[in-house]
Structure formats: structure tokens, C-alpha cells
Design a protein around this ligand. Sequence first.
Ligand SMILES: [Fe+2]
Length: 423
Amino acid sequence: MPYYFTLGQVPPKRHIQFRRPDGALYSEEVFGTEGFVGPTSTLYHIHQPTQVTGWKALYSTAPEYVETDTMRMRHLKTMPMRPKGDPVTGRVILFGNSDCEMSVCVPAEPMSYHYKNGMADECIFVHYGSGSVYSIFGTLQFRPKDYIIIPKGTTYQMVFEKASGDSPPNRFLVIETANGSHIIPPPRYLSKKSAQFLEHAPYCERDLRTPQLPLTYDEAGAYEVRIKARNSVHSYIYDYHPLDVVGWDGCYYPYLFNIDDFSPITGKHHMPPPTHQTFEAHNFVICSFCPRMLDWHPQAIPIPYNHSNIDSDEVLYYVEGNYAARKGIEIGSVTLHPQGIPHGPHPGTVEASLGKEWTSELAVMCDTFRPLYPTKAALGLDDPEYPASWKGEHYPKTAGTHHPDGEPKTPARSFTEAVDTSG
Ligand SMILES: [Fe+2]
């Protein structure tokens, strides 16, 4: 995070005596990044954070990529994915490389433990569901369309409220770093002198939701913290609740940003993807394509021109709204357009878009500067017709989707009219 925040009790100076009500000292922990020259927070624990009573390796998290030498456009229909696992074990990696991993999770059960990703910053985009992330920095109450940014090393537990009635199952997209870098707001949005969000930025401090109370759990027992490190998840056991922090301060902590609070930048002519940028990390960016007014030149073409991403692979996760530039796109669709071949509007969609003044599209994009590879799970969701879908006017030719775990459980919705400006 670019700015200072504090929650709970902290002493007036760093590294001085700070005592519990019983007279014992709180345990100070400096939570520093980049060798103590990057963003840092300082936490005060009731117990020593070093005390563990057991540890073991549980399972590997190394993704297995397939078709790594195949360059082709892909269209994954993820809506039929069945609930499985918890908000950590249920994550299904679809694409990745040595810089980032993208997964979709439809959790079936709650987490019975706390989790710490010691390898990566996580950007969790909540598609459906509400709940709380309980972390060592406090509580984040999330709702649909929230980005939850959880920096590397944060111990947390993600708890969903039970989906009610006709609500779709809880579901979220995860983009996490695989190269050790951190997910941050684009530096060009920030003042170089104060790190304050500048006037041209599409969001600012008021849009970010910081951790809140409750913060401290002073409870004894046997508590498991699962730690992801070295492409493996380890189980560590603590004899006290891992969220025993009474206070902290600094510039390194999790936060929320709802995509509806992104203020789109519009123009007389088609605006390029960088105007939609929301976050970045080393070798990839995350963008938000939100409902907005369209280009107002009297002869404007509001959907994107054909374009080649010479230096990047482009993944879009479609959240809601209409997409007429791309036929056959559904809620939960994931498209991959690789560097090496141009892409653009489907046949007939340019003419259909003329005169439109508004787009209702909502999508999250991740562009990577190195090729992305699919997993076996991605191939099971992929539509083999998609690469040829620009040739002819009848895509998709076949109805329905397939899934490696079986038949679709939820019928996917299809869009018939729209203006897709995401490209
Ligand atoms: Fe594109």
C-alpha cells in the first residue's frame, strides 16, 4: 500500500518496551519487504510469533502446464466448474508462467485453518459471495466485485457467508505473483513526492478499504497455519491463535477495492487498455473494464480495432454485462489472446456497435509480458472452435460446455447484444 495506516495499540516509538496488562512484554515483529528497504509494517503480538510446536509438508502447489509450445487463442467457459475444496485448496489454476498464476475458485467448504502465502501477493477478485478475511492486520469485509489485495506473508482466513436461495455459488478469481514481486497501484497514478493518488488516477485513497477491527484473538489451543513456500504447502501448529496482534502500523497490509469504484477514463475516440489499468506487478498488469460512456466522435467506432499484443499475452475474465464484439462470450468466460497473432471484433460486430453510447461490460484483464501456459484443467474448459470463430458469423456453433469433472451444473448465460470495448 502506498500510504501509512495503523490499527489497534502501538507504543509511541519503535523498538521500545511495550507491555501487556499482566506486565509481560508484547512481541514486536517487523514485517519488512525487499530486505527492509521496501514497504514495512510493525506488529505487536501477545505471544512470540516464533513459537511453533509442529510442522510438516502437506502437498505440492507447483502448477503443471501443458501445450507449452502451442500458440493459440483460447476461450474457457468456467461457469460449469463445480464447487470443490475450500478457498485455498479449491483454487483451480488455469493459466500461468514464471511471473503469475491465474486460478478460479468455487469453494465447497470453509477453511478449517489459517493460510499464509509466503511466495506471492494475491489479488482475489470476488465474483460472487460476501464474507470476511480475518488477518493479522485486522478484518476485511468483502462483497461481490471486490478486489482483495493480500500481500505476501499475511496470515489470514477467508470466510464466506453461505450463498442464499437462488444466488450463484461463491466464486472468485485469483491472480498471484510467481516471481516474488508485489501487486501495487500503477506508480504513474501516485505523486513521486508523497505517494498520494494523483488527480488523473481512476481511483484514490477514499476508494480503498483498509483492515478494521476485530484484530486480536487471545486464545490458547492448537491452531494450524498452512504456509505456501517453495511450491509446497506446509502445516505449522501454534499453541495460540495466530491472529494475536494487538496493534500495528506501517505501509504493508491487505486492503479492498471494489471494481464499481473504478472511475473509467473515456474519450472522443477509443481509449486503449492502459486507461483501465488498476494494479501491476513485475511483468504483468491487471485492468478493470467497467460500464461507461462510449466514444463521442460522430463517426466513432466504439469497439476496439484489431490489435496485436506484440509483447504480451492477454487474459480476460468476464464478470457481467454485454459483449457484442466477441460472440459466444458468457459470464465466467476466460479468453486468452496470445502474442503472435492479432485479435479483434467478431464479424458483424463493428457495424452493430455504431451509434452506441454506453457499454455495460464488466471484465477483469490480466496482461502478461511473457507467454502464458494453460493447465490440464484449462484444456478441459476450452472451446476448440474459438480460434476459428472470426471466420464466419455463427460462433458458437455448438451449445453447452464441457468440463473435466463432468457435465455442466449451471447453465451458462449468453449475451446477444452489446458493445465490448475490452477487445
Ligand atoms: Fe485485446
